[in-house]
Design a protein around this ligand. Structure first.
Ligand code: PRT
Ligand code: MG
Length: 212
């Protein structure tokens, strides 16, 4: 049995064409089914539906052989024990610093003042501001980061941006582009040894679907 961990939503949707290229069709829709283990047309391939931030954990501990997860999630989680053979170029976005449009970020940074930053991405933010020599107080949030500057809780946020509509709707502007994000295929290293042929077949099918 080959077990693949996926999160519902954009990653699941954008993975379907890649699975199809590997001859795998998921038999149920995670948006309507309450099942957490989904069968596929291949009797020896199944899909686990897990929280996006839990995908690396499932693969690391062998609950799943493979998973698909954002580079953001991998950087925050760490990638111990994970083999990362492919950048799948799906669920693309960027991770940025954003502030209220009336906040003077360049002078705050220049003056060396301490910046309060609200984010789900504490590790990425810590590394980014440390490399710039900016002192930050980080506030960990789990969602709706955009609110923090609006209610005076933070000077800035570090969050994912794709169209920019969410920032715009909340009167925030992007002031720094930290890095580009896309999703990666991650593989449990022990599973890769034990189930080499079927796992390689999936990696190769994904790679050729990506033109690699
Ligand atoms: O939703 P849940 O709390 O369960 O988990 P999650 O938010 O971690 O999962 P999900 O499915 O929303 O995101 C999974 C992965 O998709 C992320 O880890 C990213 O790698 C990738 N991805 C790509 C995105 C986006 N684009 C994205 N736009 N994840 C989130 N967003 C959010 C962003 O946080 C912001 O709130 O969409 C909003 C911004 O979008 P725009 O288009 O308004 O700029
Ligand atoms: Mg989400």
């Amino acid at each position: 049995m080959i077990t693949l961990a996926l999160s519902k939503g954009r990653i699941f949707d954008e993975t379907l064409p890649l699975l199809k290229a590997a001859g795998i069709e998921v038999l149920e829709d995670p948006e309507t089914s309450r099942k957490l283990i989904l069968a596929t047309n291949q009797p020896d391939v199944r899909v686990l539906v897990v929280r996006a931030t839990d995908v690396p954990t499932y693969v690391q501990y062998g609950g799943a052989d493979l998973g698909i997860t954002g580079r953001d999630t991998l950087l925050e989680h760490g990638s111990q024990g994970l083999y990362q053979p492919l950048d799948l170029q799906i669920a693309k976005c960027r991770i940025s610093v954003a502030v209220r449009s009336d906040f003077d970020y360049p002078s705050a940074v220049k003056k060396g003042s301490r910046l309060t930053v609200a984010t789900k991405y504490v590790a990425i933010s810590r590394d980014f501001f440390a490399a710039k020599g900016v002192h930050v107080d980080l506030i960990k949030l789990y969602g709706s980061m955009e609110l923090a500057p609006l209610v005076g809780m933070a000077d800035a946020i570090v969050d994912l941006v794709s169209t920019g509509n969410t920032l715009k709707a909340n009167h925030l502007i992007e002031v720094e582009h930290i890095m580009d994000i896309s999703s990666r295929l991650v593989v449990n290293q022990a599973a890769l040894k034990l189930k080499q042929a079927p796992i390689r077949r999936i990696i190769d099918a994904f790679a050729s679907a990506l033109g690699k």
